[in-house]
Design a protein. Structure first.
Length: 167
C-alpha cells in the first residue's frame, strides 16, 4: 500500500504540523499583557452589589442611631432567595435582597430603602402589629426627609402602607 504524503494539501491544517507553545509559554505571554479593566458582567454585578451595600449600611447607621436601634449586621441576601425582599433575625442580622428575582437587575433605591426601613422597624417590634406599622412609618418618614427614600410620583400603596393614614 502506498504511503500518503503527510504534507499534501487538505490532509492536515497548516498549524497542525507545527509545534504549539507549551501551556507555560502561553501563561507567560498572558502575564506580559497589560491588565484590562474589569468589564465582565459578573464583575460589574459584584461591584454594583458592593457599592449598594455600602450605601445601605450608611443609611442603616443614620436611621438606627436616630431611633436608638441596635443591629449586628446589614448583609446582602443570597441571590437564590425569592420569597422575601428582606429579613431580620432575632440576633440583629438584617439581610436585604438587592436584585429582582426574575431579571437579576438591581432593585430601585426607593425599594431598597423601603425594605431597609421595614427591617429596621423589626428590631423594635418583631411582628407586623399596629405598633410595628406606626414605627415603620416613622422610620420611612425619616428616610424620606434624609433623601434615602424617594418613591416615584405614580407609586401605588402597598398592603403595608394601606390604612396607615387612619390609624
Amino acid at each position: 500500500m502506498p504511503r500518503k504524503d503527510l504534507g499534501s494539501p487538505g490532509l492536515f491544517k497548516e498549524f497542525e504540523g507545527s509545534l504549539q507553545p507549551s501551556i507555560q509559554a502561553r501563561l507567560r505571554a498572558m502575564a506580559r499583557q497589560p491588565v484590562r479593566a474589569a468589564t465582565t458582567h459578573g464583575q460589574v454585578k459584584i461591584e454594583q452589589d458592593i457599592e449598594t451595600m455600602e450605601k445601605l449600611r450608611r443609611w442603616a447607621e443614620d436611621l438606627a442611631t436616630h431611633f436608638s436601634l441596635r443591629y449586628s449586621a446589614i448583609e446582602k441576601e443570597r441571590d437564590d432567595a425569592h420569597g422575601h425582599y428582606g429579613i431580620c433575625y432575632a440576633d440583629g442580622v438584617i439581610r436585604i435582597r438587592l436584585r429582582h428575582a426574575r431579571t437579576g437587575r438591581l432593585l430601585k433605591e426607593s425599594s431598597l430603602a423601603d425594605t431597609l426601613c421595614h427591617e429596621l422597624a423589626h428590631l423594635r417590634h418583631f411582628d407586623h402589629s399596629i405598633r410595628f406599622r406606626r414605627f415603620y412609618r416613622r422610620i420611612l418618614d425619616r428616610a424620606r426627609l434624609l433623601g434615602y427614600y424617594r418613591p416615584g410620583p405614580n407609586r401605588r400603596p402597598t398592603p403595608m402602607h394601606q390604612g396607615l393614614l387612619f390609624e
